[in-house]
Design a protein around this ligand. Structure first.
Ligand SMILES: Cc1cc2nc3c(=O)[nH]c(=O)nc-3n(C[C@H](O)[C@H](O)[C@H](O)COP(=O)(O)OP(=O)(O)OC[C@H]3O[C@@H](n4cnc5c(N)ncnc54)[C@H](O)[C@@H]3O)c2cc1C
Length: 374
């Protein structure tokens, strides 16, 4: 059996960012991914928005890491030629109640450190985006969009460069983790064959399956609060000329399960609307919803959009820690030493803004790895 220093499970944007941060010629590391290539999970099924950190609860990792990672992402994109656009975002309000809601949102966002936000009136909205109907808006110039695959390619290149070889092992599903005297025996099925490797550290960044991987180490995921609830988000795309170049959001619905149906431009100039949010029991990426509920949300701020302009597009699934009706939960990024599992780091519930936060999450994990391996 091979003995190595670190096994990272899951090559989505988070596992890749971690691998790029901790890779070194002095450490043996495998980054295990069960699919045929990296980034096939949630990391390739999202809005690709570089969030500014507006809505997340005060003192949460989501808020802290998003505010920290926003400029990090722009710097990575700039330095390593990852395609991006600092297109900006407006959260638009129509009617007195929504305008009042904006005041609460901007106060909260400034309180948690979001940068450069401005409350603007209908004339300013009209100057920025003439096709948008709004009585007022919050303008966030530091929100943008990026090529998520470009970012993952960059992290993969960095991991290879720092390790001196490629740590990524594809078509390899982790099926068991057993504690031994020297660390953990990780069982896997690779290319149809069973293998085992012994590792001093195991980092679980398995996205939608991170609770199942945590359970392999013997953790009771209900007691630990690690059970993941899958929440599906669907998008409809728009045919014809996009009515706006910025991201346009309504104020978030009060149920806090999503940010509301918003417009999401991509780097090719296409526009999508979404995502909605509903809990599901299986991973099935088909669009199931009708377009009319989407259209009735969208037409409130884009009056020119017609139902026939909308077409079912893609879906993604969120790894939420809160179930239906539960209060919002934070990311879990935890060294499980106090559970008798020294060297095991679990990352559970890395839902939005996990793409934006990926380099900051990787720095936290690198700090833990430094303490564990010295
Ligand atoms: C609809 C939607 C919109 C979103 N929009 C945004 C946004 O605009 N901005 C933003 O910042 N964030 C957004 N997010 C969140 C963001 O996409 C996620 O936080 C991020 O992609 C999570 O990355 P990950 O690496 O943790 O998970 P994943 O990308 O799912 O990667 C986990 C990997 O682990 C692998 N794996 C699982 N189990 C095993 C196993 N047993 N053995 C080996 N491999 C395994 C999987 O195959 C997968 O590749 C959105 C999410 C959704 C669903």
């Amino acid at each position: 059996m091979d003995h190595i220093d670190i096994v990272v499970i899951g090559a989505g944007v988070v596992g890749l960012a971690i691998a790029s941060e901790i890779a070194s010629k002095d450490r043996d590391m495998y980054l295990l991914e069960r699919e045929q290539t990296y980034g096939q999970g949630t990391s390739s099924r999202n809005s690709e928005v570089i969030h500014a950190g507006i809505y997340y609860p005060k003192d949460s990792l989501k808020a802290e890491l998003c505010v920290e990672a926003n400029p990090m992402i722009y710097e990575i994109c700039e330095r390593h030629k990852v395609p991006y656009k600092r297109c900006g975002k407006i959260i638009v309000a129509n009617g007195e109640a929504e305008v009042k809601q904006l005041e609460g949102i901007i106060k909260h966002a400034r309180d948690i450190g979001a940068r450069d936000l401005e409350l603007i009136d209908a004339d300013r909205v009209h100057m920025l985006e003439p096709n948008v109907k709004a009585d007022a808006a919050i303008h966030s110039p530091t929100t943008g969009i990026l090529d998520a695959h470009g970012l993952m390619d960059h992290f993969h290149r960095e991991a290879r460069r720092k390790a001196g070889s490629d740590p990524l092992v594809l078509d390899t599903e982790v099926t068991g983790i057993k504690q031994t005297k020297g660390g953990y025996v990780v069982s896997m099925v690779s290319g149809g064959e069973a293998f085992q490797v012994e590792a001093e550290m195991v980092i679980n960044s398995a996205g939608l399956y991170a609770d199942r991987v945590a359970a392999m180490t013997g953790i009771d995921i209900d007691e630990a609060g690690y059970r993941i609830h899958w929440s599906k988000g669907e998008y409809f795309s728009l045919t014809g000329k996009p009515p706006a170049l910025m991201l346009v959001y309504p104020p978030p619905p009060l149920d806090a399960v999503s940010l509301g149906i918003h417009s999401v431009p991509d780097l090719t100039g296409r526009l999508r609307f979404g995502p909605n949010a509903f809990y599901v029991d299986e991973i099935n990426y088909a669009v199931e919803s009708e377009k009319m509920p989407f259209w009735s949300d969208v037409v409130k701020y884009f009056p020119s959009v017609k139902p026939e302009d909308l077409h079912p597009d893609m879906t993604g699934i969120r790894a939420k820690l809160q179930g239906p009706g539960d209060p919002v939960r934070d990311f879990v990024i935890r060294h499980e030493e106090d559970r008798g599992l020294p060297g095991v780091i679990n990352l559970v519930g890395i839902e939005s803004p996990g793409l934006t936060c990926s380099p900051a999450i990787a720095e936290i994990v690198a700090g833990m790895v430094g303490e564990i391996l010295g």
